[in-house]
Design a protein around this ligand. Structure first.
Ligand SMILES: Cc1cc2nc3c(=O)[nH]c(=O)nc-3n(C[C@H](O)[C@H](O)[C@H](O)COP(=O)(O)OP(=O)(O)OC[C@H]3O[C@@H](n4cnc5c(N)ncnc54)[C@H](O)[C@@H]3O)c2cc1C
Length: 387
């Protein structure tokens, strides 16, 4: 065997990246995390710090002005930022979600039009698939796009759009052929800019967690965009949107691992300090077993996330099972671990004086977005049963 090959370990560059992001996250993002949550405000300090360090959209290839980071590196960035602030981790995560459809299927000309501004940190990108009546059942969407001369004209409403209002670019899926035999073949993907006529952002949703990341409806009222802003061929948009999720569900897994790790770290520190019955609560075996279970599950989730990311990076086919498994398992672990972390803080954990309360609220969304965990289990089961 090649002695330079590290058996089943990350590259030194990955560990160096983790160190760099952790340091930035602890020094420049963590101090604002509670305030961002409390005041439901966008994490501007994090955006500035991430852009300055080049961590806001590391996945964009060098030819479009980006860092060209691999999928595991992007997961590490998201994980380390989420460890201190889930809201801020949505900056690199949603930039990836919004741009993967472009990277997978757009013309080179469209890539050149959109990606450099995101790579430079001048613009962010959101992903607009969901509608009020088309959540898990994405193919039942109603937003329409029709070709009118040299423009596509969009009409409809998308909902739950992460970072809406902060992003300049939006990848939007819309029905272009309502008579298609299969609805999936009648949907196309487009890139819309915030300044396009007929585009508008609605009010922010009032949420349980990730309160610093705006989630809004976006409206298209005879919104006219140049014809060449279509991503790929007409009728391929939903396939591109779903293929995108194969690449980005591991990033939600990474966010979940980060939130869980942050909660575990806080719990370990707390139980060593907190004294009851004349000793640190960390001395009690019942507490130790909880910590061991939390750490064990996080470690398993982290490995699955990196494997899913690595397989996506290699361009392997049939990513559905592993990317769904990574997202689903990691987010279930995040929910369990953050709930246990609150438990280990006792009454203090139930207050906003300690970060585990926020982490428990933030963990919940990882079980819901980019497909609920029921949908992930459907994807996994389909893959198991199809052979
Ligand atoms: C904070 C937040 C941010 C989001 N960001 C984005 C974004 O940036 N872009 C975007 O496009 N979308 C986004 N979403 C939307 C998100 O992906 C959807 O909410 C999610 O896919 C579920 O759709 P739904 O809410 O309509 O639930 P529904 O589909 O109505 O599901 C309701 C329940 O039924 C279950 N269910 C549905 N179908 C099945 C089935 N076949 N079998 C078993 N159970 C089923 C679901 O699992 C769920 O428990 C976001 C959502 C939230 C809350």
């Amino acid at each position: 065997m090649d002695p330079s090959f590290g058996t089943y370990q990350l590259a030194e560059e990955h560990e160096a990246l983790r160190e760099a992001v952790r340091s930035l996250a602890e020094n420049e993002i963590a101090p604002h995390a509670a305030d961002v949550d409390e005041h439901e405000r966008y994490p501007v300090e994090a955006r500035e710090a991430l852009v300055k360090a080049g961590f806001h959209a590391t996945h964009i290839p060098e030819e479009y002005g980006g860092e060209g980071a691999d999928a595991i590196s992007t997961c590490i960035v998201i994980e380390e930022v989420a460890r201190v602030c889930a809201n801020s981790s949505l900056i690199p995560a949603v930039n990836k979600l919004g741009t993967v459809p472009i990277l997978l299927s757009a013309s080179d000309q469209l890539k050149k039009q959109v990606l450099p501004s995101i790579a430079a940190g001048e613009a962010m990108c959101s992903y607009a698939l969901s509608e009020r009546e088309a959540g898990s059942d994405t193919a039942s969407m109603r937003t329409r796009a029709r070709l009118d001369g040299d423009h596509w004209v969009l009409n409809g409403t998308k909902c739950w759009i992460t970072n809406a209002g902060e992003s300049a670019w939006y990848t939007v899926m819309a029905v272009t052929d309502p008579d298609a035999a299969k609805p999936v073949d009648g949907i196309s993907a487009f890139v819309v800019h915030k300044d396009d006529p007929g585009f508008e952002v609605g009010p922010k949703e009032r949420k349980l967690g990730i309160k610093g990341s705006p989630t809004c409806e976006i409206y298209f009222t005879d919104c006219a965009i140049p014809a060449d802003r279509i991503i790929g061929e007409p009728g391929t948009g939903l396939k591109t949107a779903l293929r995108t999720l194969d690449h980005t569900r591991p990033t939600i897994g990474a966010q979940a691992v980060g939130i869980a790790q942050g909660a575990l770290d806080a719990a370990v520190a707390y139980v060593k300090e907190r004294k009851q019955f004349g000793r640190a609560v960390a001395d009690f075996q019942g507490v130790q077993f909880m910590l061991a279970d939390m750490a064990m599950k996080i470690e398993a989730a982290r490995h699955m996330v990196y494997v899913a990311a690595a397989r996506a990076e290699r361009g392997e086919p049939n990513l559905g099972f592993i990317s769904s498994a990574a997202k689903c398992y990691a987010s279930d672990v995040a929910m369990e671990v953050t709930t246990d972390a609150v438990q280990l803080f006792g009454g203090a954990g139930y207050t906003r004086d300690f970060p585990v309360e926020r982490m428990m609220r933030d963990a919940k969304i990882t079980q819901i977005y980019e497909g609920t965990n029921q949908i992930q289990r459907m994807v996994m089961a389909r893959s198991l049963l199809k052979g």
